[in-house]
Design a protein around this ligand. Structure first.
Ligand SMILES: [Fe+2]
Ligand SMILES: [Fe+2]
Length: 477
């Protein structure tokens, strides 16, 4: 679904007006009702026939259906501040939302209450078409005696032996070279070697089956100049790792990986001025962009790919869970369930990469943003598995520890998501440290507490940290 900035603007204008009205009149005063009717009309336009629209907050910016609303940021300010204060990540409006439901929302916004209470208010009259996203729940206190550090250490040692970062690096570089060759061949009018790609996929699958965390960490390698090549390898790897997490067997993973590595091959048919254009695309340029999934399928077939999975996932990687997106799918067309694995991997990698037309999101921010699109763009269940796999602090997240050290998350720990493995890159005084990888499960017996815990995620750029280098063990700046 494409949101028109103008419609978002009108919606915010009317919302702010109704909100202000509530300070002057009672919630049922005719003036308030008229104002709420205007919000309702603006919402209908914003929905534009779609089933759901989500407004989220990221970095003090309002994000409307995944697109940062920066045109008239001052219009969004009140809502952003209020959502942050209420500890809510976003609000979804479903088709069928009534004036009454909007009245309850605006009333709740005007009161000094938090997410859970707002949620209760919204549900007062039964079902609601307004859903809150990411309401902060009260955190249960972790009791120290529930943790068994000694045993955990043993498990960690075994995990480390699974596959080193160096071994993963070799697999990653080979896959990258293969993709370079494929794109180069197509550019020169040659048919690329399918067996070379299959070989690369096989190596990645082998690596993932041994233990996926080192390879996952490497997907944080981003390249501005070779964006499409790194992106292809990253998407293939992330999708295969996700496939493994949901129990796909090796043959299925290979077919999925083939599609993942080649998902954007069709972009080669689009001029670079279009694929790398920083501003808004013209209608013709946008039509060209939308042709890349089908162009990709065409090229894959030329290469001799017959895998149904690979051909489906390439065609459907921009098809959303609600069946919008591109290319247009007919009502009776079946979407392959594995396509969602590529869609998730594709969005995550794109969001965490600096590109000319978009700011980059830190890994945990990308996850937060993606959660606001659960149910519309993404299949909620598969998204949940993806988040589980990456953890709340995915590899590559820079964090400040309770020791005041700064570290980069290297490997998640699915069974204890707030305690991943990290590499220390700054000491407590802020000096550069090329520290070892440490486990946040490490227990200080004297203090009877964890040696280190994550205090907060921080921006690596502000701290001058080159995350890709850290993850590859090539220094810290
Ligand atoms: Fe694509
Ligand atoms: Fe892509």
């Amino acid at each position: 679904m494409t949101v028109q900035p103008f419609d978002a603007e009108q919606f915010l204008l009317s919302l702010n007006a109704a909100w202000k009205n509530l300070g002057l009149y009672s919630p049922t005063h005719p003036a308030t009702t008229t104002a709420l009717q205007k919000v309702h009309e603006a919402l209908e336009r914003l929905l534009g026939g779609g089933a759901r629209i989500t407004l989220g907050v990221l970095h003090d910016t309002l994000v409307v259906e995944g697109t940062p609303f920066t045109a008239k940021a001052d219009l969004a300010e009140k809502l952003v501040v209020r959502l942050q204060q209420a500890e809510i990540q976003g609000v979804s409006f479903l088709k069928g939302c009534t004036v009454e439901e909007l009245r309850r929302l605006v009333e709740a916004l005007a009161r000094d209450i938090k997410g859970l209470e707002i949620e209760q208010d919204l549900k007062k009259q039964g079902g609601t078409h307004i859903l809150l996203v990411g309401v902060a729940e009260e955190q249960p206190e972790v009791r120290a005696e529930e943790v068994v550090p000694q045993q955990e250490q043993v498990v960690d040692m075994q995990q480390e032996e699974a596959m080193s970062l160096e071994q993963a690096g070799v697999i990653y570089s080979r896959a990258l070279q293969t993709i370079r060759n494929v794109f180069q061949d197509v550019r020169l009018g040659k048919v690329p070697s399918l067996s070379e790609v299959q070989q690369a996929v096989e190596e990645v699958v082998g690596g993932i089956l041994k233990g996926k965390h080192s390879l996952l960490a490497l997907t944080m390698i981003k390249s501005y100049d070779e964006y499409l090549f790194n992106h292809s390898v990253n998407v293939g790897t992330l999708a295969m790792a996700l496939g493994e997490s949901i129990g796909l067997d090796a043959p299925a993973l290979k077919e999925l990986g083939l599609g993942g590595l080649l998902h954007d091959l069709g972009k080669i048919r689009i001029p670079e001025e279009v694929t790398r254009k920083p501003g808004k695309l013209t209608d013709e340029e946008w039509a060209l962009m939308k042709s890349h999934p089908d162009e990709g399928v065409h090229l894959l077939k030329e290469m001799g790919v017959t895998s149904e999975i690979a051909l489906h996932v390439v065609r459907e990687h921009h098809t959303r869970h609600d069946r919008t997106g591109y290319p247009t799918v007919t009502p009776d067309e079946k979407i392959h369930p594995y396509s969602m694995l590529i869609t998730l991997a594709d969005s995550y990698d794109a969001l965490t990469t600096v590109r000319p037309y978009q700011r980059t999101f830190e890994p945990n921010e990308a996850i937060t943003l993606m959660k606001t699109l659960s149910g519309s763009t993404f299949d909620p269940e598969v998204l949940e598995r993806f988040v589980e796999m990456l953890g709340i602090y995915p590899p590559g997240t820079a964090v400040r520890l309770t020791t005041r050290e700064i570290a980069v998350v290297t490997r998640p720990r699915p069974e204890e998501i707030a305690r991943p493995w990290v590499r220390i890159v700054r000491d407590p005084e802020g000096n550069i440290a090329d520290g070892p990888e440490v486990s946040l499960m490490e227990w200080d017996t004297e203090a009877e507490d964890f040696t280190r815990s994550i205090a907060v995620a921080v921006d690596p750029v502000i701290h001058g940290i080159d995350v890709a280098k850290v993850l590859q063990g090539k220094g810290v700046t």
